[in-house]
Design a protein around this ligand. Structure first.
Ligand code: KIV
Ligand code: ZN
Length: 521
């Protein structure tokens, strides 16, 4: 059986999702979980995009021991040099060089002739090859590129030393059969005395990303690129968990294998959901909350008689465990620590465990049964890097006779100084957000607000997700807050979002690639 390699680009293409800004600590935690999930390579970022991006790629390069780490670079020498600086200490470094090849991109974006693009491929892929043993090349917008020109671009990159050829469906334009033929054509026609590995890179604009990726595998691709939960620009990238599970369930048809550890899928997906602030839709293929729910009488009857009647994926396959042993008020430190490790958080530090256990005890006072999901939420919310600067401390609320609410918010800075603001609103959340606005005094627009219960039952913890826009720059930020109380969770989420905006205004967080000046232009 052919083995399919998985390259995950959640931290690069996935982070281009509006509102998603992973902190460096979150990125390293995601990279470690992806390594556990069994990917062969991670695109850790675009090092030349910002100092933050550079640092994240460097830290991931220095952390992973089994997975190749790659960074994106335009066909620009300084991008490749920066990628080299970030990646040089990785155990298995790679670089990913791209340039657009479709007529519309060459003419309007790059303002280059096809001949200039070919010359740039030769120059920059061979330059990358002088620094990196493994070079990947992408002809951006490949699926809207003239086929003969695409072949010429790919052959040029191979001749210049590329080992991996990625064929991006940049705007989610292609169809399964068209993409299948593109791969067959390129694999048949490209000449090399080295082994060249081709990969699909699909966006989901027309809802065909998974089908297209699988068609490319049928057409001979031996590596796939995508993101967890399908996050990414516009409609997102292909969801790698869907590809991995499809290859397993239909191995009779695809006749390929992979190193993906399928029962780490749910943990991986949940981690990305939490850190990206993008909830997993209930009806999402493979890992959605309803994927294993059987509503209609006929289905329930069938599943009870034999699960295979309606269940092609078992919860166990993707690591959805029945709550093994819920903890409660009487559970001690030992049981708690065991549970944290059992859930896969093996690298929480002793200090973090201390804080976590205290939080667990507070939660156990309020909630009868602490489930695995509660613990996962607790750990993820505690060990990730909360934005630096002011942190929400506490609030108090008073209801006024006219039905309005007054909220007092206290924020604490790193030096433990507590500052308080007070504001009114027609509802409690509005009043709390008004008080936080007064505190930060910056122009921010709330564009979405969602509450999710972490578990079932009236004593569930609340997870609030907010999306805000920094009016001055147009940048969107997602942030979340977790608390037993909905209003506190809302205040935490909104103050975290404001802290991100404050950090952008202070120049600590920089904008993303698409907004950066293009040195090619
Ligand atoms: O979608 C795309 O074209 C990309 C390239 C940079 C590979 O993400
Ligand atoms: Zn992409």
């Amino acid at each position: 059986m052919r083995k399919i390699e998985f390259l995950d680009t959640t931290l690069r293409d996935g982070e281009q999702t509006p509102g998603v800004n992973f902190s460096i600590k979150e990125k390293v935690a995601i990279a470690k979980q992806l390594e556990k999930w069994g990917i062969s390579a991670i695109e850790a970022g675009f090092p030349a995009a910002s100092p933050d991006s550079f640092e994240a790629v460097k830290q991931i390069a220095n952390t992973l021991t089994q997975t190749a780490v790659t960074g994106l670079a335009r066909a620009v020498k300084s991008d490749i040099d920066t990628a080299y600086e970030a990646l040089k200490d990785a155990k298995y470094p790679q670089v990913h060089v791209f340039i657009a090849t479709s007529p519309v991109h060459m003419q309007y974006k790059l303002k280059k002739t096809p001949e200039q693009v070919i010359a740039s491929i030769t120059e920059h892929v061979s330059y990358a090859k002088s620094l990196f043993e493994v070079v990947e090349f992408s002809p951006e917008d490949a699926t809207r590129t003239d086929k003969d020109f695409l072949l010429k671009a790919v052959q040029t990159a191979v001749d210049a030393g590329a080992t991996y050829i990625n064929i991006p469906d940049t705007v989610g334009f292609t169809t399964p059969s068209e993409y299948y033929h593109t791969f067959k054509f390129l694999i048949d026609e490209v000449k090399s005395d080295r082994e060249i590995i081709f990969s699909p890179h699909c966006h989901d604009d027309l809802g065909m990303a998974t089908a297209n990726t699988l068609a490319a595998i049928k057409g001979g691709a031996n590596r796939v690129e995508g993101t967890i939960n399908g996050i990414g620009e516009r409609a997102g990238n292909v969801a790698l968990e869907e590809v991995a599970v499809a290859l397993e369930i239909r191995k009779d048809y695809y006749q390929v294998s992979s190193d993906i550890v399928l029962n780490e899928t749910f943990t991986t997906s949940e981690l990305i959901s939490r850190f990206s602030g993008i909830p997993i839709p209930k009806n999402k293929a493979v890992i959605g909350g309803n994927a294993f729910a059987h509503e209609s009488g006929i289905h329930q009857d069938g599943v009870l008689k034999n699960p295979e009647t309606y269940e092609i994926i078992t919860p166990e396959l993707v690591g959805v465990k029945k709550n093994s042993l819920p903890l409660g008020k009487l559970s001690g430190r030992h049981a708690f620590v065991e549970k944290v490790y059992e859930l896969g958080f093996d690298d929480v530090t002793a200090d973090e465990l201390q804080v976590l256990f205290a939080k667990f005890k507070t939660l156990a006072d309020k909630k009868h049964e602490i489930t695995d999901t509660d613990i996962r939420a607790l750990v993820a919310g505690t060990t990730v890097e909360n934005p630096e600067g002011f942190q929400f401390d506490h609030l108090s609320i008073a209801s006024n006779e006219d039905g309005t609410q007054t909220v007092t918010i206290s924020m604490r800075n790193e030096g433990d100084e507590v500052l308080t603001t007070i504001a009114h609103g027609s509802g409690s959340v509005e009043a709390a957000f008004n008080a936080i606005d007064k505190f930060f005094n910056q122009t921010v627009k709330l564009s979405s607000y969602n509450i999710m219960a972490v578990t079932e039952g009236i004593d569930a913890q609340a997870e609030v997700h907010v999306t805000v826009e920094n009016i001055d720059t147009g940048t969107i930020f997602n942030a979340s807050g977790l608390d037993f109380d909905v209003l506190r969770a809302s205040a935490i989420a909104y103050s975290n979002a404001n802290t991100l905006v404050q950090r952008e205004n202070a120049g600590i967080i920089t904008k993303k690639i698409s907004e950066k000046a293009n040195p090619e232009g």
